[in-house]
Design a binder for this molecule. Sequence first.
Ligand SMILES: Cc1ncc(COP(=O)(O)O)c(C=O)c1O
Length: 365
Amino acid sequence: MSVPFADLQLQYQNIKSEIDEAIAAVIRGNAFIRGPYVDAFERDFANVASVKHCVSCANGTDALYLAMAALKVKPGDEVITSAHSWISTSAMITHAGATVKFCDTDGATFTIDPAGIEAAITSRTVGIIPVHLYGQPADMDAIMAIAKKRGLWVIEDCAQAHLARYKGQMVGTFGAAATYSFYPGKNLGAMGDAGAVVTNDAALADHMTMLARHGGLVKHQHNIEGINSRLDGMQAAILSAKLPHLSYWTKARQSAAIFYDHGLNQIEDLVVPQAAPDREHVYHLYTIRHPRRDALAAHLNANGIQTAVNYPTALPLLPAYKRFDHSAMQFPNACHDQDSILSLPMYAEITKEQQDMVIDCIRSF
Ligand SMILES: Cc1ncc(COP(=O)(O)O)c(C=O)c1O
């Protein structure tokens, strides 16, 4: 037996008739770009995400760009984000025209440290992008309090955190806007690239929609210069077919996380994911810390168990940010984590036998 990191084929087989019918309907209706399936998904996802407006787009990276462009980010502005994320979060700050200011994580949850945000604020700071990394909400009360006090906007990066909650409130409902990715491996994943930006602000939603659709809401009326960032009909129909399963899949991930926790939390040197009180973690990734991470990963891989490192280098230390000349000492938690983190197989369909195999293999190490 081997244990894959994720198993999209198994997910498809379990709901094959629903997916096949969704794809066939789009082809029958020639509904490839915009059209009823995109409208329906935007409505349904807004509902599930507890927001008034969902603007679908081509991917979660574009979603970040659209939100910042609509918030009128301009050269000279500074935007604070976490030193530990996927590069989309920081790269889009640059592409929107602002300067990235990295902030360390809190050392426990892999999310941005509110105390570090306070310290990073200057007269040029316009906004904060917390990332609900691996599926755990960032400390939104503390972050929103800082934003309010300093007059900053907040965009939540929810790419890994569909349906996660902070003190009972859905992520993506705290800030001015929130961005989602539906990359195939995400908790809600399309069969290609897909994304969305959500908000409760109707004017912001209209502006983001215009930006994503060549600058206009009506064909040939280009009010501004936009981009082409569309969710295609096929992906929308696939996402709508999967959406009713999301809640069950999330619970299955949470149960699998509890099973791992029980099997792994007595092992010396190994730290299981730390879910802070009042934060509902949706376990997009189940990421442990271990001082001999590379050797442990090699041992697991040699025994047929796939693992991943999300991500091997803290953002400030990537070649892409050489211009800032950052050192690891500025981001001790993020940089220390990057050497010890290891993501274990995690998906809704993972069996207890597979998890036992992972646990036994780690114990034998
Ligand atoms: C935290 C985070 N932000 C943004 C993105 C970008 O999403 P996409 O891959 O859909 O562009 C991802 C996806 O990998 C992500 O994990």
